[in-house]
Design a protein around this ligand. Structure first.
Ligand code: G3P
Length: 218
């Protein structure tokens, strides 16, 4: 149990690592939270610094998610090898629940970073990394929904929202364990909630397309 609590806390701290904030601070000397959408995510880094730094932040933020889930697998393997799991505990049953809690903690960390006074991004890239590590088929299918929507609309936020809606559906149709389905619902809803201002702009017709600047500052 101590190990599981520790891994959830570590996942929150991992998620909190402010990749986008550090990149923009280092390369341009400004606080990314004061430009564009105010988000510390890859889309706002792309908007502020261009493709290279945007892709860099996208990859690193996704890796934070992969790493958080990999740590759970590692912990369970380690505990099993060391005979630390009591015979009354069904590790196979518990692992998906711990994966889910860890994933949600990492998502929360990314958007409410302890290193940035509980501000941050919209948790899209980190969610992709988490999904790929949980079930790569669901992760790839979600990335596919995002990519098709982005190719058609050229709007990242809309594509992220579509991806967030698709996750619980993919979890259900691929018969994932209950905690993964709940992860899809809770994580998806959270990511959509993080896009509140984007949704307002989408309805107002002012949401920028890829490569366009925001007309209203945060
Ligand atoms: O990944 C976040 C994206 O969906 C929206 O970002 O900066 O346009 O609000 P942004």
């Amino acid at each position: 149990l101590t190990g599981c609590v520790a891994i959830v806390v570590i996942a929150y701290l991992l998620g909190s690592f402010p990749t986008g904030y550090i990149a923009v601070k280092q390369l341009k000397g400004i606080d990314i939270r004061e430009v564009g959408s105010g988000s510390t995510g890859a889309t706002n880094v792309l908007r502020t610094l261009g493709k290279g730094p945007g892709a860099f932040v996208l990859v690193l933020d996704s890796l934070k998610g992969v790493l958080a889930i990999a740590l759970v697998y590692w912990l369970f393997n380690f505990a099993a090898n060391q005979n630390l799991i009591p015979p009354t505990v069904d590790a196979k049953l518990w692992q998906p629940w711990i994966v889910t809690l860890t994933g949600l903690a990492a998502i929360l960390g990314h958007s409410k970073s302890i290193f940035l006074g509980f501000t941050g991004g919209k948790s899209v890239a980190i969610s992709l990394g988490i999904l790929l590590a949980m079930n790569w088929q669901v992760g790839l299918a979600t990335a596919g929904v995002f990519a098709v929507c982005a190719a058609i609309s050229r709007i990242v936020s809309l594509s992220s929202i579509m991806g967030a809606i698709a996750v619980p559906i993919f979890m259900l149709v691929t018969h994932q364990p209950l905690p993964y389905i709940l992860f899809g619902i809770a994580g998806g809803l959270y990511v959509i909630l993080r896009h509140r201002t984007n949704i307002e702009r989408l309805f107002a017709g002012t949401e920028p397309k890829i490569g366009q600047k925001l007309t209203t500052e945060p």
